[in-house]
Design a protein around this ligand. Structure first.
Ligand code: PGA
Length: 254
């Protein structure tokens, strides 16, 4: 049976009061597959969101973290700080962080290692720009991200990392990759993981698609064999839209 994770990436949206209302709404819906759902919220909302979700089975987490445990890093947040709040997940290497905040494969690799050590599940984002896709270099590009991001991480730890394939040209643009395009890349990514490690690791690792996933296209994307779920931006901000995607995954897992 294929495993799913439906993860909402709120980016820099919502106030704490809104996050709490959303969390309570989600809890009230009593999803059968609540354990396959996560909300990735801004740091200031995490404690209150976690409290609102308590007992629901729904996971929650951050969108970034620093790789040092503490120190003179003004404005940063460490893994022990997240751990204290009880987060289950953390997005790493989102293309917006790579583009606007100088995230590199080297810092991504360091962050993955400290998160796994702390038993927080990283959601590692990879994906190519429109320029790279037009040059038909998307597989080479994504493979090189994966080689660098997984460097020095043993198989037992690698299988705990969730990978999100997010083509940059599809993020927030309304331009979704077709289910076939998304499946092709997710299958390719699974193959790269198999090559880096072994078939068991490749089979177990969760690979999500992200980029304009919404209620109307989720079922077709989620039905693909190598797509284990979605990292959902815009459509995760509205409870009904997000719930509809969660229910699509639930239907497919029956
Ligand atoms: P989107 O964002 O669903 O709004 O395209 C996805 C993401 O960037 O994680």
């Amino acid at each position: 049976m294929k495993k799913f994770l439906i993860a909402g990436n709120w980016k820099m949206n919502k106030l704490t009061s809104e996050a709490v209302a959303f969390g309570e709404d989600m809890k009230g819906r009593k999803f059968e597959n609540a354990k396959d759902v996560a909300i990735l919220a801004p740091f200031t909302q995490l404690a209150a969101l976690g409290a609102a979700l308590e007992g629901s089975g729904i996971g929650f987490g951050a969108q970034n973290v620093h790789f040092e445990q503490s120190g003179a890093y003004t404005g940063e947040i460490s893994v022990p700080m997240l751990k204290e709040i009880g987060v289950n997940y953390c997005i790493i290497g989102h293309s917006e962080r790579r583009e606007y905040f100088a995230e590199t494969d080297e810092t991504v690799n360091k962050k993955l290692k400290v998160l796994i050590d702390a038993d927080i599940t990283p959601i590692l984002c990879v994906g190519e720009s429109l320029e790279v896709r037009e040059g038909k270099e998307e597989q080479t590009f994504v493979a090189s991200q994966l080689y660098a991001d997984f460097e020095g991480i043993p198989a037992a730890q690698a299988k705990k990392i969730v990978i999100a394939y997010e083509p940059i040209w599809a993020i927030g643009t309304g331009k979704t990759a077709t289910p076939d395009q998304a499946e092709e890349m997710c299958a390719f990514i699974r193959g790269v993981v198999g090559g880096l490690y072994d078939n068991e690791t490749a089979d177990e690792v969760l690979i999500l698609y992200g980029g304009s996933m919404k209620a109307s296209n989720a079922a077709d994307l989620l039905a693909k064999p190598d797509i284990n779920g979605g990292l959902i931006g815009g459509a995760s901000l509205k409870a009904d839209d997000f719930a509809s995607i969660i229910n699509s995954a639930n239907e497919l897992s029956k």
